[in-house]
Design a protein around this ligand. Sequence first.
Ligand code: NAP
Length: 321
Amino acid sequence: MKKIVAWKSLPEDVLAYLQQHVEVVPVDPARHDAFVAALREADGGIGASVKITPAMLEGATRLKALSTISVGFDQFDVADLTRRGIVLAHTPDVLTESTADTVFSLILASARRVVELAAWVKAGQWQHSIGPALFGVDVQGKTVGIVGLGRIGGAVARRAALGFNMQVLYTNRSANPEAEAAYGARRVELAELLATADFVCLQVPLTEETRHMIGAKELASMKKSAILINASRGAIVDENALIDALRNGTIHGAGLDVFEKEPLPADSPLLQMANVVALPHIGSATHETRHAMARNAAENLVAALAGTLTTNIVNREVLQR
Ligand code: NAP
């Protein structure tokens, strides 16, 4: 029986499914040496939220497939996996809608000051009807700019256009004609999007091209009234530049699910700012979606090891070798 390493705990039924096909070796990724030793003995691996470096795969000559329980695959060096002949599988689609819900909850919470005002009520401060000092800003009818209109960006565009009567602008390297037809989305240069949008939503994958795509210059080109939403990866934004922009009133606020360092350090200035909504990377974190992702990743791994996987493959080139 083939052997796989699991570096994230799996739902019971998903584990049972895997065990019908392979021997599962659970590992604690915090015990680095034991993790690396287990990879050397394994045919496959499944997990999430841990960087898998080329050094960790030295000597892992049996390894044929890795399956990440996520759509993002920035924890892997894909070119290195391909060189080693290791298939990398991921879980697109199953998490699209719940992640778009998270994006929208950040938009609404930031614009309507939901988190700040809920804390204010709980602190017993609601003693009179509220005035303009506690008003928010509208979401409906405004302009959303989606940087990276793919699966999740498309689901955000649908909510924005059909649910909230918003105009949708987007940037991509290539056009998304479906979103243009269905939601009236208009493809523009990043500069125009930043200068025009009331809500700038980042939904690009983290790559060398997108790292720090939003820095001091880009933040300065946004409207003073604009809100930045990031539920992609923390490093898309230069976080120090964002902190300055929020402090100086360069932009109005931010709704953040992801950070350059996670968990966000307790001394981060972002935690002191009333105009920041900070979430603990909950994009896809519902019971239903996380279960579907684990199941999907397990099925991907079993099929990849059997040589029958045809979808959800990150490095398709490996199959052509
Ligand atoms: P996707 O369908 O591949 O969409 C990504 C979009 O970004 C595509 O439209 C792509 O279009 C665009 N893009 C890629 N590189 C770009 C570049 N250099 N400049 C401009 N646009 C670029 O991926 P998805 O399923 O929507 O997921 C997107 C990302 O969300 C994931 O990679 C992950 O990091 C993040 N995510 C976060 C959470 C969370 O928990 N917060 C949950 C799920 C996903 P072109 O190829 O035409 O450029």
